[in-house]
Design a protein around this ligand. Structure first.
Ligand code: GUN
Length: 292
């Protein structure tokens, strides 16, 4: 079994980006600037957004963190998005999800200028992704593809089962892995809560992507020997042995699945750092798309 080390791979990417920023500086070009909007105090969201800001610092991007209380109105948020769309200093921005129930996530996502939508969640970017046209790829699926590519995991002709059909991970990833590209050319099965015979389906798979947000859902009996397992789950579960009282758990029961795999991602340190690396790649690309 070989670990797919997202931390090491993302460090490699961040170093490349740091050098690209230095080159831009030498050429007198604009330094990339990522802004992030965070609503409320959800622990997971705060951790992710802080990690994104820290990554910007490490590679020499400028960043802005815009925080609102979870009582913020949709109108205030929409006005902020409008001002970021028109702010020439900000090259790309994200609104960390999930948002409180009184705010319409679809409306917010669609208000972001597609040229600054470095999360790749806007319908224009998702449409471009489906048609294989230039645009921003959603950060987590793109990070998984990059992890597979840089670690030379073979996908050509493989059967791949994606568990979970979310708009931001499962659905786009199922399309990206099925494309005529490398990595790609998988025969993809997208499974979900209504799938009847999940265990039979996963047990046949060469590659399994677990993205349902249910801790330790994928057990050894669901995985064939030699499979590649990618764990997108990041649920906080109580853990009295930890200083902060919780531990991050993936969707894969790592303790029993790892030994059966050819490759597996750890949690933490697998997909998470790759999502951040992808966001940074997208932010640098934003300048190209905007002709900056
Ligand atoms: N919530 C979970 N993943 C993501 C992500 O990649 N981007 C944003 N904006 N919110 C998220």
């Amino acid at each position: 079994m070989q670990l797919l080390d997202g931390r090491a791979t993302s460090a490699e990417i961040k170093e490349e980006l740091r050098l690209a920023v230095l080159k831009r500086k030498e050429e007198g070009k604009k330094i990339p600037h990522l802004a992030a909007i965070l609503v409320g105090n959800d622990g997971g969201s705060m951790t992710y957004v802080n990690a994104k800001v820290k990554a910007c610092d490490a590679i020499g991007f400028e960043s802005s963190l815009i925080r609102y209380d979870d009582t913020v109105t949709e109108e205030v948020l929409m006005n902020k998005i409008e001002s970021l769309n028109n702010d020439a200093q900000v090259d790309g921005f994200i609104v960390q999800l999930p948002l409180p129930d009184h705010i319409d996530e679809m409306k917010v996502t669609q208000a972001i200028d597609p040229k600054k939508d470095v999360d790749g969640f806007h319908p224009v970017n998702l449409g471009n992704m489906v048609l294989n046209l230039p645009g921003f790829l959603p950060a987590t699926p793109a990070g998984i593809i990059e992890l597979i590519k840089r670690n030379e995991v073979e996908t050509e002709g493989k059967s791949c089962v994606v568990i979970g059909r979310s708009n931001i991970v499962g659905t786009p990833l199922s399309i990206m892995l099925g494309r005529n590209k490398s990595p790609g050319n998988c025969t993809v099965t997208l499974t979900h809560s209504r799938t009847k015979n999940l265990k039979e389906i996963t047990s046949e798979a060469d590659i399994i992507i677990a993205a349902i947000g249910r801790p330790e859902f994928l057990t050894a009996e669901m995985v064939k020997s030699g499979a590649v397992v990618i764990d997108v789950g990041t649920t906080r579960v109580e853990d009295a042995t930890k200083k902060n009282g919780w531990a991050l758990k993936g969707d894969v029961k790592f303790s029993e699945v790892a030994d059966k795999c050819s490759y597996i991602t750890p949690v933490p340190g697998g997909v998470g750092p790759m999502t951040i690396a992808s966001l940074m790649i997208n932010t640098l690309r934003a300048l190209d798309l905007q002709g900056k």
